[in-house]
Design a protein around this ligand. Structure first.
Ligand code: ACO
Length: 388
């Protein structure tokens, strides 16, 4: 064995960095075997039942729940940041109307940096300001692009509404009904943070080079866009639409199994039991369904989960409903276009991403892993006319 081969690093266990610890973090804790998720020590189920999105954003950014005064101050600051620079709205008007909403978001986050007075400053206070601005602006980008592509004018944000209600207002131009606003608020709270998922990791890698916050968030948006991560929620809804009726769930499932396709919204890299966010999302959807009487998507999702969980293939591989399974019919019930579902995820996860970038910068070391090289060594160079 040559020296080069002898110094090879140990092969990674199955690839994908599965199970590898790559950072110390105090932001969230995930126990995949027990199905526990905590934000800064608080159980997600408690937060979902008792808290709201803006309070949880404060928690994730500061490590403690706010006092009344702190919450009011944070709300004032973040609500004042809801306006988009006119240049960004102008850019949204010239983008192709059939552009992927997540691609629009990626472009917009990058563009927003040019109009942020502190974009190149990495101080803690500049970071706090930029995180606040991005929280408001990302929801504004999504609402404005959605209206522009429908041929409507963007609607200006309102300062009297909380984050979820303001988004529904900007999307529709109508006063949001309290049930929808509450359902969206809880959705945003439940997706705000999830340890070192792929997009958060990607944000931390970019931050570790001492690049700026907008660059880190642009990396995260690009990573969230993939169907094995954020876009799974869209694919989950496409599958529910394909199923269409409760009677078709069983035949659809048998066909998917026969073709070896995946059931979207099921399975998770970390959770080996049902995702702890699935139950509150399901209950949230059920409340909407009871109020509107439109049961179709809830009943299809419930039936599909029940059938899948009876199947030995799913039980043996610990494949259960993940966060996307009930998020999909919930967002659909809220009238969000299916191709914008992943943007809703980004609108929430911006809180976790910015918290992680801050944590990375506060105790930074360049993230630079090594590869297990499987190619050839010392290959002799040949002149071009002798190749092939
Ligand atoms: N349906 C059917 N089979 C599945 C599913 C699924 N949803 N998920 C995994 N499997 C099977 C795989 O085929 C594989 O089977 P094998 O051992 O016979 O080869 C086994 O379960 C393990 O799958 P991996 O892809 O190796 O597991 P990994 O941990 O890498 O993947 C992932 C996790 C990507 C989430 C996967 O479960 C999946 O593709 N699920 C559907 C997409 C989805 O819902 N993604 C959202 C995840 S949550 C989030 O990102 C917000």
């Amino acid at each position: 064995m040559s020296n080069t081969q002898a110094s090879k690093p140990a092969p990674s266990k199955g690839g994908g960095l599965a199970g590898m610890v790559v950072a110390d973090s105090g932001i969230s804790f995930v126990d995949g075997a027990e199905g526990i998720l905590e934000y800064c020590g608080y159980d997600i189920r408690d937060l979902a039942a008792k808290s709201h999105f803006e309070e949880v954003a404060f928690l994730l950014w500061n490590g403690h729940l706010p006092t009344t005064q702190e919450l009011e101050s944070m709300k004032r600051q973040s609500r004042a940041c809801r306006f988009l620079p006119p240049e960004v709205i102008a850019a949204l008007r010239v983008l192709p109307r059939n552009a992927e909403p997540m691609a629009v978001m990626r472009t917009s986050v990058s563009m927003l940096a040019h109009y942020d007075p502190e974009s190149e400053e990495n101080t803690p206070i500049a970071h706090q300001h930029k995180a606040c601005r991005l929280l408001g602006q990302i929801s504004g980008v999504l609402a404005a692009f959605e209206r522009i592509r429908r041929g409507e004018e963007p609607v200006k944000p309102r300062m009297d509404l909380d984050h979820a209600a303001n988004f529904l207002w900007m999307l529709t131009g109508d006063d949001p009904d309290p049930l929808s606003a509450k359902a969206l608020d809880q959705y945003l709270l439940l997706l705000a943070e999830h340890e070192l998922n792929a997009s958060t990791f990607s944000a931390r890698v970019t931050a570790s080079t001492e690049s700026d916050l907008h660059s880190a968030i642009t990396s995260a948006v690009g990573t969230l866009k993939g169907p094995l991560h954020g876009a799974a929620v869209q694919e989950a809804m496409v599958q529910f639409l394909e199923i269409c009726t409760v009677a078709n769930v069983e035949p659809w499932f048998r066909q998917v199994r026969a073709e070896g396709r995946r059931v979207m919204g099921m399975g998770h890299r970390v959770y080996k039991v049902r995702d702890p966010r699935a139950a509150p999302l399901m209950a949230n959807l059920e409340r909407m369904v009871e109020a509107t009487g439109e049961r179709q998507w809830f009943d299809i999702a419930r039936t599909l989960e029940t059938i899948a969980m009876r199947e030995p293939y799913f039980r043996e591989r610990n494949l259960s409903a993940n966060v996307d399974f009930y998020s999909a019919p919930l967002l659909y019930s809220l009238g969000i276009p299916v191709d914008a579902f992943t943007c809703m995820f980004a609108m929430s996860r911006i809180v976790g991403w910015t918290a992680h970038v801050y944590e990375q910068q506060a105790n930074n070391r360049l993230i630079r892993p090594v590869a297990n090289f499987i190619g050839e060594h010392q290959v002799p160079w040949t002149p071009i006319e002798e190749r092939g």
